[in-house]
Design a protein around this ligand. Structure first.
Ligand SMILES: [Ca+2]
Ligand SMILES: [Ca+2]
Ligand SMILES: [Ca+2]
Length: 252
């Protein structure tokens, strides 16, 4: 059977040469075919001859049938031959037609961000990767900061960029991480940790000193204590009595 398929494939080669936009491909599950900047991936197949494929991120079903062409994301696909072995293995010959040129740096009338983001770009902060608009998790390493000094934060080098936060497992100087298994003898960050523990005590002492200073300053500025206020009131009342006494005596 495979020989027959191969011979059939050879017979179809002239079709490939005859047209710039038409090609035939022998494909298995997970195989891809790229035609004019657009890529088809075979996702799965059923024993009845149906193929589930993805064209630049858009999924679709291609059904068997003579001259039965299915348009998936501006890629026209027809099953010319189909051999089902099992769920993981098929041999299918597809005729693929693409009536646009994705990758010529011109966003033509028939193209848009879904059909050909390679030429038309993507909306918002999405990025065109392999002709699919997708959101990248990060751009620089700082985008992956998980606020945990004991993980190494990394933004992957190849698109689509994703974050990884790998736990640190060794005692390394100056990485801001002091693991439980590490100490000042083998990790300078553990010395910093000890200093940071002592610091709040010093801060508390400073606070007490500050409060005392404020109280002293308030006394200097003339702010009276409760006791002083009481004495002042008594003296004031006594003076008032004396003045009133003088006033009464002088009237007589
Ligand atoms: Ca184009
Ligand atoms: Ca981290
Ligand atoms: Ca460290």
């Amino acid at each position: 059977m495979r020989k027959i398929i191969f011979l059939l494939f050879l017979l179809l080669i002239p079709v490939v040469l005859a047209s710039k936009t038409e090609t035939t491909q022998v494909l298995n599950i997970n195989d891809t075919a790229t035609v004019y900047g657009k890529t088809l991936t075979v996702l799965s197949a059923s024993s009845t001859g149906k193929l589930r494929v993805s064209v630049d991120g858009v999924d679709g079903i291609v059904r068997p049938g003579v001259n039965r062409t299915t348009n998936i994301n501006e890629m026209y696909v027809e099953i010319l031959n189909f051999t089902y072995v099992d769920v993981d293995y098929v041999e299918t010959i597809l005729k693929i037609i693409v009536n646009l040129e994705c990758g010529d740096e011109a966003c033509n009338n028939t193209e848009d961000s879904v059909i050909c983001c390679t030429d038309c770009g993507c909306e918002g902060n999405l990025k065109c990767i392999n002709n699919i608009c997708m959101k990248e998790e990060c751009v620089i390493q700082a985008d992956c900061d998980d606020n945990d000094p004991c993980t190494v934060d990394k933004c992957s080098d190849t698109p689509p960029r994703t974050c990884s936060n790998t736990p640190i497992t060794q005692c390394i100087n100056d990485d801001n991480c002091c693991l439980g298994i590490c100490g000042p003898e083998n990790d300078t960050d553990c010395i910093t940790v000890i200093e940071e523990v002592e610091e709040p005590v010093q801060e508390e002492e400073k606070e007490v000193e500050k409060t005392e200073e404020v109280e002293e300053k308030e006394v200097e500025k003339g702010v009276f204590t409760e006791k002083e206020k009481g004495i002042a009131i008594i003296i004031g009342v006594a003076l008032l009595v004396v003045i009133i006494g003088f006033f009464i005596i002088s009237r007589k």
